[in-house]
Design a protein around this ligand. Structure first.
Ligand SMILES: [Cu+2]
Length: 144
C-alpha cells in the first residue's frame, strides 16, 4: 500500500470511528445535550464528565414543587462559606447560572455553555437558594 493510499485509509477509518462514537450524543448544532433535573432537593444530570472546548447544550427542568436555580460552581464553597456570601458574590463565582425566577415548578430552560479549560479544583452543579445546598442540592462533575 502506498503512503498516500494508507493515509486515505487512516482518515476513512478515523471518520467512521468518530461517527460511531459521537453520533448519538451530539445534536444537530454539534453541541452535546445535557439533561438536568432539579427536585427537592436533588440535582440529576445525564452527563457528569465534561471536556473543555466542547459545546454543551443544557436542558434544565425543575420537576420540584418550589422554584430552584442551576449554577456551576467551585466545590470549595461548602454550605457554611456560601451562607456567609451575598447572592451577588455567589453569582460572580459561577461558571454559568440559570436564576430561580426562570425555573419555577415545571419550567425547562435551555442554555449553551463551553468550558474553555478544565477548571482548577472540584466543580459542582449547585442550587444555592437558602437551605437548598445544605439539603443536598449539589452534585459533583468531572473533567476529561
Ligand atoms: Cu433548589
Amino acid at each position: 500500500m502506498s503512503y498516500k493510499k494508507f493515509l486515505v485509509f487512516v482518515i476513512a477509518a478515523a471518520t467512521l470511528l468518530l461517527a460511531a462514537c459521537g453520533g448519538n450524543q451530539a445534536n444537530t448544532d454539534g453541541a452535546v445535550d445535557v439533561r438536568v433535573t432539579l427536585g427537592e432537593f436533588t440535582i440529576k444530570s445525564s452527563v457528569t464528565e465534561f471536556e473543555p472546548g466542547v459545546q454543551y447544550h443544557f436542558i434544565v427542568t425543575n420537576e420540584g414543587v418550589v422554584p430552584h436555580e442551576f449554577m456551576i460552581m467551585p466545590v470549595a464553597l461548602d454550605g457554611m462559606e456560601m451562607a456567609g456570601m451575598s447572592m451577588e458574590e455567589k453569582d460572580a463565582l459561577a461558571f454559568m447560572m440559570i436564576e430561580a425566577d426562570e425555573l419555577p415548578p415545571g419550567a425547562t430552560v435551555e442554555a449553551d455553555y463551553t468550558f474553555t479549560s478544565a477548571p482548577e479544583g472540584d466543580i459542582e452543579f449547585v442550587c444555592a437558594l437558602p437551605g437548598h445546598f445544605e439539603a443536598g442540592m449539589h452534585s459533583s462533575i468531572a473533567f476529561k
